[in-house]
Design a protein around this ligand. Structure first.
Ligand SMILES: [Mg+2]
Length: 318
């Protein structure tokens, strides 16, 4: 078996993205609690610990699968989703039922995922919310990132819009993680649009690109959607708009995204995961400290951690 010489770096990037995703998810979900609405307005931080939700749990399965298989293995991914499914993490009702049926009744994900919504498959944002770390893994190779993301989506979300939304988030993360990638906001969104097929998600990205000069996030969210319908197409264009507007500024990106409302843990998980795919987009250290640690079952890189991981550990960052 040939060992991928880039494995330690891939792992470090995916892990950094996963941390960014979990902070966005965990802090974002704090703002679905009415007691924290005032903090959302003022930019105050709720008391720790911030508990992450299904976005982080499923994204951890994606990273774990990449570590073990070096690519997406659909059967292993679906099994990992089912084995680690914690019902208290806020899963949608359909995925909840599906993962229980796989785990407790030995049912096949193919049949279950294909059966959603009278055979149309789900167009929910649940496959896009977990995929940013995969884009970080494939930094600089957005074609492979979109390909693997597409394969990963089918395990739960088979409607074209959900699949394309997943591809778009992975493409964005692969581009952001690439030091030679697009520098300007419009360049990033154009590159993502060129990597995904014609769809409502792609049309939304075009609209998002037209609105990059809008400072009023409420107007942008009203036009693009911000996950209120929890569909891929009312989630992904807005999240990538926020990424493009705030490249290298996790904090501002987070507040801008969270204040729009909607499916806040998921929009913030996507934004946080994509931005943190490169070191300059990492979340504030204090936010990381307040966030619940990542699941203990996340494997370490079989090739050992890379330079960045060792440096982080030496610096005492989880
Ligand atoms: Mg969630």
């Amino acid at each position: 078996m040939t060992v991928d010489p880039d494995l330690p770096e891939r792992y470090d990037r995916a892990l950094a993205s996963l941390r960014g995703l979990s902070v966005g998810d965990a802090l974002g979900s704090q703002f679905s609690v009415p007691a924290n609405y005032a903090a959302l307005k003022s930019g105050g931080l709720p008391t720790a610990p911030w508990r992450w939700t299904d976005d982080t749990e499923m994204a951890t399965s994606v990273v774990a699968g990449l570590v073990v298989h070096g690519r997406i293995d659909q059967d292993a991914l679906a099994m990992s989703f089912a084995e680690h499914h914690d019902v208290s993490r806020g899963y949608g009702a359909n995925v909840d039922r599906m993962l229980r049926a796989i785990r407790h009744e030995g049912r096949d994900w193919r049949e279950l995922a294909a059966g959603f919504f009278n055979g149309q498959g789900s167009w929910g944002n649940g496959a896009a919310m977990r995929i940013a770390p995969l884009g970080a893994w494939y930094a600089g190779d957005p074609e492979q990132a979109t390909h693997q993301a597409e394969i990963s989506a089918y395990t739960t979300h088979q409607h074209r819009e959900a699949v394309v939304g997943t591809m778009a988030v992975a493409a964005a993360a692969a581009l952001v993680a690439d030091p030679q990638g697009p520098k300007a906001p419009a360049e990033l969104l154009t590159a993502v649009m060129e990597l995904v097929p014609r769809s409502a998600v792609q049309a939304g990205l075009r609209r998002a690109s037209d609105m990059l000069d809008y400072a009023d996030v409420g107007t942008v969210a009203a036009v693009l959607g911000c996950g209120r319908r929890t569909s891929a197409h009312d989630t992904v264009p807005f999240a990538l708009w926020a990424v493009a507007r705030h490249l290298d500024d996790y904090e501002r990106a987070f507040w801008s995204t969270a204040r729009a409302g909607g499916d806040v843990d998921t929009t913030c998980a996507i934004v946080g995961g994509v931005l943190a795919a490169r070191p300059s987009g990492a979340p504030p250290a204090e936010w990381e400290r307040r966030t619940e640690p990542l699941p203990g079952w996340l494997p370490r890189s079989p090739a050992g951690e890379g330079r960045a991981g060792a440096a982080r550990r030496d610096a005492g960052v989880r």
